[in-house]
Design a protein around this ligand. Structure first.
Ligand SMILES: [Zn+2]
Length: 440
């Protein structure tokens, strides 16, 4: 492993003291950060030095919910009349797209999305995968894309009864066991479930039994639309979180996604079980749905994170969407600015550090060396009182100069030198055309 010295950075450490360091340095040895701050010249001799040129340097961002397989949907319009409901949208677009993917498509769709993520300053992604025509071994293809780009990932397969009963259970179990045997923490696993609306009792029982025996958390959509709530009530007379609780699924390692139509009592249940909730505001708005009430969850003491849900690989835009939506929805210009940033910078880190072994999300000694140099030199004061303004109004529109993931420079002056990106993009264009032709 090599060593790296970053000098002359405006450091936003997000460490326990929330330090801001002007003209600061970071020394990285192997995968870990060794020293951060005012490092005297000559203290460390590194294999490579990078002069940040006064640019803003932060920990790598974390995406708490993504669907990398959605990459080739960009610009695609399903044939026939437009979907008029959430369920129709699943049937006409997403369930046709995922069924059209072959094993190489799985790899390339993940690869391209991960390149975009790296270029947007994201270094860890919690993904939720589906490819029913090539389920077995599909998580290995997603893993390969993570390794080729160099990011960290938490993978799972979306179990659902929608195609074949209980499809995906073995893939989750196999991949969780594989990660357990591996001694590197770059990839880890959860047990993936689609949503109660496509999961029958027998499938839930089997998933719960296996997931609990393996002591992993579940990653599942909950109450994204009313149809999930109504279907669950009609079939079993239970509310969404009560139904999950019947199988012991809530808990400190479990991620519920959206939670839009949960009752206050169910929010309390998430809090009392220390479960996590991930909001995806752009995705909800794109689907013409109510947006997950992130502030309500916070008031109930729930750990709320934020994800992109396949909309993009750009995290800061999600935090912008969250606060802007809350303000207009409540007609209140005082709402959600700090909360949106804290969800992104602090809560996503909390979620990640429950799932991965190696601590990350701060510029501090001992942390995983996930470090991003943004091509952004603040022209107004930068401190704890102004950071969120720089984040939402400056960093959201600036490019990333350098992304260091696990101690390795993977984006170097905006380029990914270890990949033949032109060839990847050409291959992806061919694959996308073939996939679109298969969907009808
Ligand atoms: Zn999702």
């Amino acid at each position: 492993m090599s060593s790296l010295l970053i000098t002359n950075g405006r450091l936003v450490t997000l460490d326990e003291e929330n330090r801001f360091v002007d003209n600061g340095s970071i020394y990285i040895d192997g995968r870990r950060i060794v020293a951060v701050g005012d490092i005297a010249p000559g203290s460390y001799v590194a294999d490579r030095s990078i002069d940040a040129g006064g640019r803003l340097v932060m920990p790598g961002l974390i995406n708490a919910h993504h669907h990398l397989y959605s990459t080739f949907a960009r610009g695609f319009t399903p044939p026939g009349p437009p979907a008029r409901s959430f369920e129709e949208n699943l049937k006409k677009l997403w369930w046709k797209l995922d069924a059209a993917l072959d094993s190489d498509d799985v790899y390339f769709s993940a690869l391209l999305a991960l390149i975009e993520a790296a270029r947007a300053g994201c270094t860890t992604i919690i993904d939720h995968h589906a490819s029913p025509s090539c389920c077995d071994g599909s998580l290995d293809r997603v893993e390969q894309a993570f390794r080729d780009v160099g990011l960290s990932g938490c993978l799972c397969y979306e179990v659902s009864d929608r195609n074949a009963e209980a499809q995906g259970i073995e893939e989750n179990e196999r991949y969780i066991r594989k990660c357990r045997k591996s001694d590197d923490d770059q990839l880890t696993a959860m047990f993936g479930l689609h949503a109660l609306m496509t999961l029958g009792t027998e499938t839930l029982e089997r998933c719960a039994e296996i997931g609990q025996a393996l002591d992993v958390g579940f990653h599942v959509h909950a109450a994204e639309d009313l149809v999930d709530v109504q279907t669950t009530t009609r079939r079993c007379g239970r509310s969404i979180i009560d139904r999950f609780a019947d199988f012991g699924i809530p808990g400190p390692k479990t991620i519920f996604v959206h939670g839009t139509h949960l009752e206050p009592r169910e929010m309390d249940l998430l809090h009392s079980t220390d479960s996590m909730l991930v909001s995806n505001p752009e995705s909800n708005m794109n689907n013409g749905l109510r947006v997950s009430p992130a502030l309500d969850f916070l008031r109930h003491g729930v750990t709320v994170g934020i994800g992109t849900d396949g909309m993009s690989s750009h995290l800061i835009s999600q935090a912008r969407a969250l606060y802007l939506h809350q303000r207009t929805d409540h007609r209140d210009p005082t709402l959600a600015f700090a909360e949106a940033c804290e969800i992104l910078l602090h809560n996503n880190r909390t979620i990640c550090n429950r799932i991965f072994v190696e601590p990350r999300g701060a510029l501090a000694a001992g942390q995983l060396a996930d470090v991003v140099i943004h091509d952004y030199v603040p022209f107004t004061p930068l401190d704890a009182g102004t950071l969120y303004g720089h984040l939402l109004f400056g960093l959201s529109f600036s490019r990333v100069q350098t992304t260091i993931a696990r101690g390795r420079v993977i984006v170097d002056d905006g380029q990914l030198p270890h990949l033949d990106e032109a060839a990847v993009r050409a291959g992806c264009a061919e694959r996308a055309a073939a996939i679109w032709a298969r969907i009808h």
